[in-house]
Design a protein around this ligand. Sequence first.
Ligand SMILES: Cc1cc2nc3c(=O)[nH]c(=O)nc-3n(C[C@H](O)[C@H](O)[C@H](O)COP(=O)(O)OP(=O)(O)OC[C@H]3O[C@@H](n4cnc5c(N)ncnc54)[C@H](O)[C@@H]3O)c2cc1C
Length: 497
Amino acid sequence: MTPKRSVSTEDVAALRELLRATDAQLVTPEEEEAYTQSIRRWSRAAEKPAGACLIPRSAEAVSIALKYASQQGLDIAVKGGGHSTAGASSTDGGLLIDLNTHMRTTSVDTDKKTIRIGGGATWGDVDSALAPHGLAAVGGTVADTGVGGLTFGGGFGWLTVKYGLVVDNLLECTIVLADGRIVKASSTENEDLFWGLRGAGQNFGVGIDFVFQAYEQGKMWAGFMIFPPVPDIITKVVEASNKIFLPGVDGKSKATGRASSGLGFVRPPEAGFQTMFFAAVVFDGSEEEGRELFKEIVDLEPVASTMAMVSYENANKLLAPPIGARVSLKGSSFELPIRPDFILSILESYAKFTDKVSDAKGSQIMWELLDPTQIIQVSNSATAFANRGRHFNIAIAPLWWDQANDAVCRQWSRDVAKLLKTELERGSAETAQSEDGWVGKRGEHGASMVYGNYDQYEERSKDVFGGNYERLQELKAKYDPDNMFNKLFAITPKAGT
Ligand SMILES: Cc1cc2nc3c(=O)[nH]c(=O)nc-3n(C[C@H](O)[C@H](O)[C@H](O)COP(=O)(O)OP(=O)(O)OC[C@H]3O[C@@H](n4cnc5c(N)ncnc54)[C@H](O)[C@@H]3O)c2cc1C
């Protein structure tokens, strides 16, 4: 594989000439406003100084630029929504392809109940295009997260309990390959590529647009309940949550098809930055039914509650971390039942860390509970996403403002992730050592137990893609043999394919 290089002034001149007939812009640091906007990331800690930024409006412009970058061995990065906190959509000196500025158009087919959406769109764009038609698509839980990265890595959202992962609702994707070819992938066209895009998509090309299934969707009972960090209360909330989400003998939980929840810690400014414990709930049904299901938690009388009947669009605005901070998302998995004592031990770590680094008081940890019935209806080998099982995600999200705190914040999330991993493997006979030395737990049907979209540093591609890795190596050799798309869980192309 050719080593990748930075963009030179000659490259900028050559690319501008090649792109002359298109309406794409190619900006360099001299065009400060447009350049700064292109390299801007949701987490400021993920920004890198690109050599030049292509701001396209069409697949053709992307194709021209990719062909040139492939021939010249340029380093490239692709920006969708710009939410990756690991810098996966940024390049230091290379060519940035910024889809987020112009490639966000939406087109809704109300007869088929589908939406076609540009590769740089956010889930907020999807929600606001579908809502006027009474429709919604399975998407991320935070409106300003990008469609591209979230979809290519799998995608969990509030509607996952009804319709599965985001990739399970992807019908078609138009993609520009490393050699500049513009192709479609679906269940009837380039099926092998379509398999790979659903879980490892960031490895294969530039996603120009995505077509998703949408559904009629009414209001939901949703919001936050905030509790003081009192051990007795936390224990009761955790035990009640276990009862709601643990499956019964028929394999179904009380939450089946209807409920998702998040348990975690925050230090809200409204509470004078005191540590608080929260339960976020999104229930697809009436307030009366929701109150009944979550009765044991509601009856604990939260000190503050925003629970109300809201549209799906507004449910996706419940979690709205501040823009402009430095954030480093790290993930882990957990299984039910959650041990209250373990949550209390993590509370101690959270409070200690945010007391010590007062700049990081906006940090959060959230245990994400949902009913996985729809997810596990699809096997771990049916799509490239290899992490389906009856386990759940935890998001560890240190949030800070001062660059001087980068190392200490990242280290804290690593330390917490280690504790969570130990808890996951507690007493497990299934802990396995893989051939490259990774020790971890595999879930049912070989689930990798690693969600790549949350674990964007340290975990390795083989850990994320588990049993699908070898098949992905063959696909990589076919569609991106020179590993142009190498910024996030890069797959080594299979030799001699
Ligand atoms: C606040 C926050 C909330 C989140 N909530 C959820 C959630 O509810 N559910 C969930 O599943 N995940 C969630 N995530 C994780 C999220 O899925 C990842 O951060 C994801 O990478 C974001 O995608 P993006 O397009 O915004 O990111 P980007 O930074 O733009 O890209 C991330 C990766 O995807 C690639 N990529 C993006 N778009 C394209 C494209 N069109 N073509 C080719 N490659 C592309 C990039 O090159 C890069 O490798 C959340 C993350 C954050 C920070």
